[in-house]
Design a protein around this ligand. Structure first.
Ligand code: CTP
Length: 398
């Protein structure tokens, strides 16, 4: 995915600069064209000779060198992406305030390409309010910031502040900036996991969904080039999703609201969440006390999100729902397809062993509006997500 991409790598004075040697090697190995600028203090950590040998290009340092001065604007325009790794606390502060006292700063300030930053510093510096403030400013300027890792630090302490590993940086770059695929330019909205409906301040009604199917679908859509928003219910593990916008919600009402905010802009919506069908008619303000032998709860229907979106759907928008059934499966699934005005319904039957909540596998059948039907064997959920996305692409985007 990085083949032929022009990467401008900025290296600043941080002990993590040793990783930039390996990063350069990986970038070149992945087919990228790499030009490197180092700050004067970065030369104390890595030598331009090593970097120029690995990148195949002269390493630039001086601002007032004849060549660099005239080139600083062109360099920012040459690049498809400017990556600063490691980003020291000092350079971060300069970037946040527009200081221009070296070549790297001059190029950064004139760069028209996206800028990706991989901070590296000691934990106390990382947690300092001024660092947090600078990071917020850099985000607001539109820079992309990689999370730092936790672990052994140069100070000998353990904590947050390690620069992202070269492999993580490459993965982020590919996922965020250089994806190509049949869904490039398409926006997708996915829901995943359960919803929790409060009964009182400490209790809720929920279900056993883990969100594994929905997150696998979101990841697969992203890898085919789509821009993905994932609306995730409580306890859904989203930690390994890269380049996906995540909206964390708890209740069906919040999930509905998050979907409404994103639906109009979405080309493709896949509702994999196990939304609660009922919520408490009234949520008790205080913890419900144990009194009588029997307790009656009064529940009311939640909004059927899929159905509501089906009513709002406009031409060209694709809406896909799930049906979780325990009997008369195919008929119920086909009924839902019509009733909710979906374009496809994905059936999983709880009667199939290894399918449904909590499993790492699933067995599905997909139904389309024109009576089409696709049957799949029991497979790992990542593979099921591929089957779903393949079916969608071949039916709607081929
Ligand atoms: N769904 C939804 N909002 C709800 C309930 C369900 O958006 N309040 C969506 C689910 O995300 C899924 C589809 O509707 O894509 C079908 O969910 P399912 O629980 O199988 O069906 P229900 O409509 O709840 O019907 P029933 O309970 O009668 O089976």
């Amino acid at each position: 995915m990085l083949k032929g991409k022009k990467i401008l790598l900025g290296i600043t004075g941080s002990i993590a600069a040793y990783k930039s040697i390996f990063l350069t090697r990986l970038l070149v190995k992945n087919g990228a064209e790499v030009k490197i600028i180092v700050t004067p203090s970065a030369k104390d950590f890595v030598t331009p000779l090593t970097l120029s040998t690995l990148s195949g290009n002269k390493v630039l340092v001086e601002l007032f060198h004849e060549e660099s001065w005239s080139n600083h604007v062109m360099l920012g325009r040459w690049a498809d992406l400017m990556l600063i790794a490691p980003l020291s606390c000092n350079t971060m502060a300069k970037m946040a305030n527009g200081l221009c006292d070296n070549l790297l700063m001059a190029v950064y300030l004139s760069a028209t390409c996206p800028v990706l930053l991989a901070p590296a510093m000691d934990e106390d510096m990382w947690k300092h309010p001024s660092t947090k403030n600078n990071l917020e400013k850099l985000k607001a300027f539109g820079n992309h910031i990689l999370p730092v890792n936790e672990g052994f630090l140069a100070s000998g302490l353990n904590g947050e502040g390690r620069m992202a590993e070269p492999e993580q940086i490459i993965e982020y770059m590919e996922q965020r900036f250089f994806l190509t695929g049949p869904l490039k330019g398409k926006k997708a909205l996915v829901t995943a996991g359960p919803t929790y409906e409060a009964l009182d301040p400490v209790r809720f009604i929920g279900n056993h969904s883990t969100g594994k199917m929905g997150t696998a679908i979101a990841r697969e859509l992203k890898s085919r080039g789509a821009e993905v928003v994932l609306v995730a219910g409580p306890n859904v593990n989203t930690s390994d999703l890269t380049g996906i916008e995540i909206m964390q919600v708890t209740s069906a009402a919040q999930m509905y609201q998050a979907c409404l905010e994103n639906f109009e802009a979405s080309d493709l919506t896949i509702m994999a969440a196990a939304v609660a069908d009922y919520e408490a008619r009234e949520v008790a303000g205080e913890k419900i006390k144990k009194k009588e032998e029997y307790l009656t709860l009064e529940l009311k229907k939640t909004t059927d999100i899929l159905k509501a979106l089906g009513e709002k759907k406009s031409k060209g928008q694709i809406l896909v729902g799930f049906a979780l059934e325990t009997e008369n499966e195919k008929q119920h699934a086909k009924d839902k397809l019509v009733r909710k005005n979906a374009d496809l319904i994905i059936l999983n039957s709880l009667r199939d062993e290894g399918a449904g909540f909590g499993h790492d596998t699933n067995k599905i059948t997909i139904f389309g509006k024109e009576g089409d039907e696709w049957d799949f064997d029991l497979r790992p959920k990542a593979q099921v997500a591929k089957d779903i996305v393949d079916t969608i692409i071949s039916k709607f985007y081929a």
